[in-house]
Design a protein around this ligand. Structure first.
Ligand code: HEC
Ligand code: HEC
Length: 184
């Protein structure tokens, strides 16, 4: 009878010991462990693009960026500046522009409860940026020691806006760093 009572006690001590060892891990290790167990992979995910017109018109030269990656004001400014779009000229009929404006505004960062959008909005500081890649939160996420110097200039990457070069799941709105693969 006595023995039977000691066994669970030993187990408890072992568990506490393991718990203490785990608490030495960083946040990243804990996140990776959760993911290996198939949990928590939605944390750094935004809703996918589900608008055919947007995919067609805004996915021709680069990935059709998910609306939740910028605030509504930024999308409005991007659409207003399409004749001089980062050195390119993008032509859109007034009808298409109105339709895209409605889609982007309705699905912009403000409309998403997701973590990435909340962090992006919080980091803005009042500006109306045109680039996702230059958002303070996104810049911060990419200044880590885990990114080798010159990674963004590599031929296979080309620019900071080429998310899917390093995030193979970017088109699915999935940006979790456990799924990152920086091309050589
Ligand atoms: C004719 C080609 C072309 C089309 C069509 C186009 N873009 Fe772009 N876009 C560019 C180029 C070139 C850049 C700058 C690329 C770079 O420097 O990384 C860019 C950059 C961007 C960026 C900033 C990327 C970053 O660095 O975060 C956004 C946002 C964007 N485009 C949105 C749109 C939207 C919305 C549409 C549709 C209305 C669109 N683009 C259509 C060529 C295009
Ligand atoms: C040169 C490769 C590269 C490019 C291009 C790139 N990323 Fe990343 N990204 C990374 C790496 C590496 C990390 C993980 C950094 C770390 O370990 O903290 C990361 C992390 C992130 C995170 C945080 C994920 C997490 O789990 O904490 C987000 C969000 C993100 N990137 C979004 C983007 C978006 C949006 C773009 C395009 C506008 C982009 N990235 C372009 C390499 C890249």
């Amino acid at each position: 009878m006595r023995r039977a009572a000691i066994f669970p006690l030993i187990l408890l001590v072992l568990c506490l010991g393991a718990g203490a060892a785990f608490s030495d891990h960083g946040d990243k290790d804990r996140k990776r462990e959760r993911h290996q167990e198939g949990r928590g992979l939605g944390e750094y995910q935004v809703p996918t693009v589900n608008n055919p017109l947007y995919k067609e018109q805004c996915g021709a030269c680069h990935m059709a960026y998910q609306p939740a990656l910028l605030p509504a004001a930024s999308w409005g400014k991007i659409l207003a500046l399409l004749p001089e779009h980062f050195g390119d000229q993008v032509d859109l009929s007034p009808q298409d522009r109105a339709a895209l404006n409605a889609y982007l505004t309705a699905n912009a960062a403000e409309s998403c409860g997701c973590k990435i959008s909340r962090k992006i909005l919080k980091s803005l500081g009042g500006g109306v940026p045109l680039r996702i890649s230059q958002l303070p939160y996104i810049l911060h996420k990419h200044e880590d020691d885990d990114i080798p110097a010159g990674a963004f200039e590599r031929k296979a990457v080309g620019s900071r806006g080429n998310c899917k070069a390093c995030h193979p799941t970017a088109e699915q709105g999935q940006y979790d760093d456990d799924l990152v693969r920086i091309p050589r």
